[in-house]
Write a protein that binds this ligand. Structure first.
Ligand code: 6A9
Length: 771
C-alpha cells in the first residue's frame, strides 16, 4: 500500500475527501436571503447569547457570578453551559425560532430570566432587544449580590470593529458602537434597573479568540477595597486593557460591561442599527414587556394549533413541559462556521474540509452543542411540524456538506468554540464511516404532514436537493454494502482491539450495542438494511413527485422489503427473532492481563479474552433495538408470524418492556448493562432511549391502522408504550429540572448528559400523536 501510494500521482484520490459535491449549493450565497432568521440565539453552547448567521459574526453573550462564591480558578463564573455548574435548571420556556425567546435559568435559588425580541424591519435582519431579569426565588437570599457581565465580541477584526462608549464623568460604559460589512453602523445600549445601589465596571480588550472569553474575563477581574472601607472587597473589571508590553495599542474585539447589585435587578440591552422605526415602536421599557406578552400569546395559540395538546386533554403543567421541550429544540439551533477535520485512506493525515456554515439543532447544549447527522434527522420531525422553512434550511446546510463522493460527515465540529469542547480523539471524521440516513425519515414525515407547503414553497429547493439525495443514497448503497446481495454492513468497527468486550459500532449511532464479537467483512447488519429499505422508498416517492425515473428506487424497495429474503438473511430460527449475522461468540470477558501469574499491574487496562472459537452465525443471543428494526421501520408483513412474534416479545418485562419505555437491550443478553471496557459504562445496553422508542410507537401506530390479524394487539401496545414514555419523561423533568439523554430501565431515572433536548424532545410528538 505504501508503495502504491507513493507511486500514485498526488492529487486526485487525496483531494476527493475534501472536494465539495458541486459548486451549486443549496444555500444562497447571500445570507440575508433569510432575513427573518438572520439574528438569533444561535450560540446553544452558552447560557445566553445572540449572533447572526454570518461566518464571522458580531456575537454577544452573558456571564454571571455571585461575588461571595466566585473562585480564583473561574469556578462560579457562568458562561458556557456545563453540568459542572450544577444549575437547578435552565432552558427556553418559549421560543419560536424566529421572533422571540424566553429562557429561565435557576442558579442557587436565583432566577435569571433571559429573553429577547427581534424587530425585523429594514434590511440586514433588523434590531433586537434582550432583557436579563434577576430575582430571588426565596426571600431568605434576597440580599445576595449578583454580577452580570454582558459582552460584545467580534470574531474577525478585518470584517469590522467595535468600540466602547464610555461616559467619562462617571467612568461607566454606557454602550458599544461599531460597524461590520453586513450590519453597517450599529450600537448597543444598556439600561439597568435595581432598587439598590449598582456597581459598574467594564473591560475593553483584545481576546485571542472566542473560545477563551471566560479566561480573558478572569484575568481581568480585580479585587478592590469597598468604597466605605468595610472589609468586603468589590470585584471589578480592569477597564481598558489594550496597551501591549511594547507600548503598542491593540484594537479591541471584546467589550464587557459588569453590573453588580443586590436582587432584584434587570439589565436591558438594545441592539440598533441606523434605525428607521419611530421612537415609539422601539423595543424597550414597557413597549418591550407588551411586545413580549403578545408574542407569548401568539406562541401559545400556534403551539395549540400545531400540537393540539389542550384538545387532547393535557393539563397546563404538561403543556408547559411540552412547550419547554419544543422550545429547547428550536431555541437550541446554532449557526456554526469553520472546517471540519477529515481523513480518507488516501490522505496520510487528517485534512481540513472546506470552510462551511452549518445551521443545525444540537442534541445537548451542555455536552455536545454541535451538529450530529443522524440526530438531526430526528430533530427534523419536530422542527418541520412547526416551521418547514427552518427545517428545509437545516437540510440544505447539511446537504451542502456532502463531498464529491457522496459522503456527509457524522459529526460537525465547526469553529473555535465548538472545537474547544471536543477531546482530540473525536475530532477527525473518516470518509468510510456512515451514520443512519435519518434525513429520509424527516423527508417522509414532511411528505406526510407538510405536503402542500413543501410543494408550494419548496419545490425548487427539492429539485436542487434531489441529485444530492441520489448521490447520498448511492454512497450508502455502494460503500456500506455487505458481501451477499441485499446485505449491508456498517464500516468503522475496530477489528484489532482487544480492549473492548464487543467492538463498538459508532457509525450505527448505537455505539456499544452488541454486534458480532469479531468484526469481519461478511457481517450483515439488519438495522442498516432496514434504513436502506426506507431510504429507497422515500427516494421513489420523491422521484415521482419530481417526475424523475423512480423504477430503480421502487425495485430496490421491493427487493429490500421482500420478507422472504429478509427472513432468509436475518431471521434466526433458533430464537425466532431478527438478528445480525457474523462471526460471533458470547464467551468473551474482560480481564486484567497477567492475572494468572498474580502480577496485577494496577494501571494496566483489562483486555478481552475469548474463551471459545467464534462461529459464523446469527447474533441472536442479544435481543433489543437492533432486532426490532424490520418492525420499527415498518417493513414486516402485517400478516406474518414475524409480526405476531415481535409483538409478543415486545411486551415481556424480562426482555424490553418497562414502565418507562422499552429498554435498549434485553435483560437476557449476555452483555446487558455490561461495561465495554473498564472505563466505558453501558450506554446502549439497557437504558431507555427516546429516538427508537418514538419510532417503535410510530410503528405500533402504523400496524394498528392497517388491516391484519394483529391490529388490535398493536393498538393495545401503542397506547401503553406511549403513555409510559410520556409519563416518565415528564415526571423526571419535574423531579430533576432536566430532560435527559436516556433513562434507567429499573427506576426510569434520567441518565447521561442533560439538558438533552435533542431527540428526547420527541416526547412532544408522542403527546401530539404525530408520526
Ligand atoms: C464525546 C465528549 C465534553 C452518542 O447525540 C449525539 C450522539 C449520538 O448521535 C449517538 O447516537 N451521542 C450516541 O450514541 C453523543 C456523542 C458524544 C460524542 C462526543 C465527547 C465531550 O466531553
Amino acid at each position: 500500500m505504501a508503495v502504491a501510494a507513493g507511486l500514485c500521482y498526488k492529487g486526485y484520490n487525496e483531494t476527493r475527501v475534501n472536494t465539495t459535491f458541486s459548486n451549486e449549493k443549496l444555500i444562497e450565497v447571500s445570507r440575508l436571503d433569510k432575513h427573518d432568521y438572520y439574528w438569533g440565539s444561535y450560540r446553544p453552547g452558552v447560557y445566553f447569547g445572540m449572533k447572526t448567521r454570518e461566518p464571522f459574526s458580531l456575537v454577544t453573550g452573558l456571564m454571571w457570578y455571585f461575588p461571595n462564591t466566585l473562585q480564583g480558578d473561574g469556578r462560579g463564573l457562568r458562561h458556557w453551559c456545563t453540568q459542572e455548574d450544577k444549575l437547578e435548571r435552565y432552558g427556553w420556556t418559549k421560543h419560536d425560532g424566529k421572533n422571540f425567546g424566553i429562557q429561565e435559568i435557576v442558579d442557587n435559588k436565583v432566577l435569571l430570566k433571559t429573553s429577547f425580541i427581534k424587530n425585523t424591519h429594514g434590511l440586514n435582519g433588523g434590531d433586537w432587544t434582550a432583557k436579563i431579569n434577576v430575582t430571588a426565588l426565596k426571600p431568605s437570599i434576597k440580599n445576595k449580590k449578583i454580577s452580570l457581565l454582558f459582552y460584545t465580541a467580534i470574531e474577525d477584526k478585518t470584517n469590522g470593529n467595535i468600540n466602547p462608549v464610555v461616559d467619562h464623568l462617571s467612568d461607566a460604559l454606557t454602550g458599544v458602537e461599531g460597524e461590520t460589512k453586513e450590519l453597517g453602523y450599529f450600537n448597543l445600549n444598556f439600561n439597568i434597573k435595581s432598587a439598590s445601589s449598582v456597581d459598574q465596571s467594564y473591560l475593553i480588550t483584545s481576546a485571542p479568540n472566542l473560545s477563551v472569553l471566560k479566561e480573558t474575563v478572569m484575568q481581568n477581574l480585580r479585587l478592590v477595597a469597598e468604597k466605605d472601607n468595610t472589609n468586603m472587597g468589590r470585584i471589578v473589571l480592569a477597564g481598558e486593557e489594550l496597551r501591549q508590553k511594547n507600548g503598542k495599542m491593540l484594537i479591541p474585539n471584546f467589550i464587557v460591561t459588569q453590573v453588580t447589585s443586590e436582587l432584584p435587578m434587570e439589565l436591558e440591552v438594545r441592539f440598533e442599527r441606523n434605525s428607521i422605526v419611530s421612537h415609539k415602536e422601539k423595543l424597550y421599557g414597557e413597549n418591550y414587556d407588551k411586545a413580549l406578552s403578545t408574542y407569548e400569546k401568539q406562541f401559545d395559540e400556534r403551539f395549540e394549533k400545531t400540537f393540539k395538546l389542550k384538545e387532547k386533554g393535557y393539563k397546563n403543567d404538561e403543556i408547559k413541559f411540552a412547550q419547554l421541550a419544543f422550545s429547547n429544540m428550536i431555541g437550541g439551533i446554532g449557526y456554526f462556521y469553520g472546517s471540519a477535520q477529515v481523513q480518507s485512506v488516501h490522505t496520510q493525515d487528517p485534512v481540513p474540509y472546506w470552510k462551511a456554515p452549518l445551521y443545525s439543532a444540537v442534541p445537548s447544549r451542555s455536552f455536545f452543542p454541535r451538529g450530529f447527522l443522524w440526530d438531526e434527522g430526528f430533530h427534523g420531525l419536530l422542527l418541520s411540524s412547526w416551521d418547514l422553512d427552518i427545517e428545509m434550511d437545516i437540510i440544505s446546510h447539511w446537504f451542502d456538506l456532502m463531498n464529491v463522493e457522496g459522503w456527509i460527515p457524522r459529526e460537525m465540529i465547526l469553529g473555535e468554540e465548538a472545537l474547544a469542547k471536543v477531546p482530540e480523539e473525536f475530532v477527525t471524521q473518516v470518509n468510510t464511516n456512515a451514520n443512519p440516513p435519518t434525513f429520509f425519515i424527516t423527508l417522509q414525515y414532511i411528505l406526510e404532514h407538510r405536503h402542500g407547503e413543501l410543494l408550494s414553497k419548496h419545490l425548487h429547493l427539492l429539485d436542487k436537493l434531489y441529485p444530492r439525495l441520489q448521490t447520498w443514497f448511492e454512497w450508502y448503497n455502494v460503500t456500506q454494502k455487505g458481501e451477499l446481495p441485499s446485505t449491508y454492513r456498517w464500516r468503522g468497527r475496530n477489528k484489532q482491539t482487544n480492549k473492548e468486550l464487543n467492538p463498538k459500532t459508532l457509525t450505527s449511532g448505537l455505539d456499544d450495542y452488541p454486534r458480532a464479537s469479531h468484526p469481519t467483512n461478511n457481517e450483515r447488519h439488519i438495522d442498516l438494511r432496514c434504513w436502506m429499505a426506507l431510504a429507497s422508498k422515500v427516494m421513489a416517492t420523491l422521484a415521482d413527485i419530481l417526475q424523475k425515473p423512480s423504477n430503480k428506487y421502487e425495485n430496490t424497495f421491493e427487493y429490500l422489503s421482500d420478507n422472504r429474503l429478509l427472513n432468509e438473511l436475518h431471521w434466526s430460527p433458533k430464537t425466532n427473532t431478527y438478528a445480525d449475522f457474523g462471526l460471533h461468540t458470547d464467551k468473551v470477558r474482560l480481564q486484567r492481563p497477567n492475572q494468572a501469574s498474580r502480577q496485577v499491574k494496577v494501571n494496566q487496562d483489562k483486555i478481552r479474552v475469548v474463551l471459545e472459537e467464534p462461529k459464523n452465525k446469527f447474533v441472536d443471543s442479544s435481543f433489543g433495538y437492533v432486532s426490532l428494526f424490520p418492525f420499527i421501520l415498518c417493513i414486516v408483513d402485517p400478516n406474518s408470524y414475524q409480526l405476531q412474534k415481535i409483538l409478543q416479545d415486545l411486551e415481556k418485562p424480562e426482555f424490553l418492556w418497562t414502565n418507562y419505555g422499552l429498554r435498549s437491550l434485553s435483560k437476557s443478553s449476555p452483555v446487558y448493562m455490561q461495561y465495554n471496557t473498564e472505563h466505558d459504562p453501558p450506554y446502549w445496553r439497557g437504558p431507555i432511549w427516546m429516538n427508537l422508542n418514538y419510532l417503535t410507537v410510530a410503528a405500533l401506530h402504523h400496524y394498528s391502522k392497517i388491516n391484519g390479524p394483529y391490529k388490535a394487539e398493536a393498538k393495545r401496545l401503542y397506547t401503553e408504550l406511549r403513555k409510559n414514555l410520556i409519563k416518565n419523561v415528564i415526571h423526571q423533568y419535574k423531579t430533576t429540572g432536566y430532560i435527559w439523554e436516556n433513562y434507567g430501565d429499573t427506576h426510569g431515572e434520567g441518565r447521561g448528559s442533560h439538558p438533552f433536548t435533542g431527540w428526547t424532545s420527541l416526547t412532544v410528538l408522542l403527546m401530539a400523536e404525530l408520526y
